[in-house]
Design a binder for this molecule. Sequence first.
Ligand code: AMP
Ligand code: ZN
Length: 484
Amino acid sequence: MRLSFYNTLSKSIQELNPVKDGTVSIYSCGPTVYDRAHIGNMRAFLFADVLQRTARVIGGYDVRWVMNITDIDDKTIRNSTDGGERWHSGMGKHTSDPKHNLAAYTQYYEARFIEDIATIGILRSHMIAMPRATDYIPAMQDLIRLIHQRGFAYVADGSVYFNLTAWQRADTYGKLFKVDAENFREGVRIDADEYERDSVSDFVLWKGAKDGEPSWDFEIDGVNVPGRPGWHIECSAMSKVLLDVPFDIHTGGVDLRFPHHEDEIAQSKAGYGVEPAQFWCHNEFLEVEGKKMSKSLGNFFTLHDLTSQGLDALDIRFAMLSAHYASVYNFTFDGIAAARKARMRVQEFIYDVWSAAGTQSADVAALRDAVFGELATDIHTPKALAQIFSFINKADGASYNAETRLAMLAFLEELNGIFAVWHIGERPAEEAEVIPEFILALAERRLNAKKQRDFAAADALRAEITAAGYTLKDTKDGYTIERG
Ligand code: AMP
Ligand code: ZN
């Protein structure tokens, strides 16, 4: 099936025609490993995951997927340089070597990130690489030298900047996100990795070394400019090395359209001479009470926070996939509970199809076309799910013949290759319920009280058991306890 996606570059839904036949290459801006990712970040990675799974399952493509690890930027440096309360025992010793500290600090959070994505159903094995920026510094330096040779970069105050005035004479700046010419500050230099649209000006490619910060030697224009890369150049260089340019799809959250992705386009085109990606696909925010979930607002949950509270990560995955990636997702605990119910409804249907043989038939090919058609058109997961639920509602407990069951299970297996939240198989046998030790202890004390004819104590103990959510029944030989 042909795939089409909304492309921020063309502002329209466009059909995917990969650069190389049969292969789709995708670069996703990955986490900045200065802390645990929050579930807003997870939404961005889940979006990329569902996009690449759709390309595999529905498009039938070989997928070359890269998600980078930003292990050097303003935030990772800030957090790794102080060995204070942010330093965890798993990071080893904080030393006087800033490069060592940066690596120890970021690799600790990289490991947490790899745990998190596994928990939420993103397979590391689906990626051809998860490159760390610090491993690609020579490629970044090569790109900066190319940009400089072509006249779009200059060295000033020990750093290297992108010359936006020169670039705007050669090409458009503001392809993803309209940048007003009146906001352009000619000749003003910006050192920060993140900045607003009202301060459009020459952005840093290479930041001059600062005391106590990690730095690398860099020969440019016959001089050594020791320092470290700016954030934007990292993705331009890593995507070129690992996927070559142009590649097919670049993903990230909407906040990355400017300046990160805008600057990436300018750098790649200025240095390599071609636009880096055919498609730029952006997910909307996950919000809490109308505000973007973010570290700076303090309104965030990590996946670990939620699973520690007993939530199932697959319910979180399913909840996020129940909304279209391009609309805002409002996070609530009720939303996750509703998602669990919906997910289980499909799961029960799968168990029934697996085990209940009957005589009815169904047009599975039509269902498959309808569901995959929704996913193939801008990954419309909610519309695809609506098709599934409408089918299940109409089926109303039907038992299918062998042919329909086989076709249905094959389709559900394919679908689960994208959603990855169901178990395609037999309904597991009910597990014997485990009654907690403290309840068993209360029940034993009650039995003893009864034997000693202390009925007041026995009643009080039964009340405690009931209050904890268990039902005790007396039997001939003793008692039984059940939950509820
Ligand atoms: P960072 O680790 O900050 O570089 O962000 C990683 C990814 O998460 C980027 O693609 C961001 O655009 C995305 N992101 C950050 N906050 C949110 C949010 N609240 N909702 C959705 N995506 C987000
Ligand atoms: Zn990036």
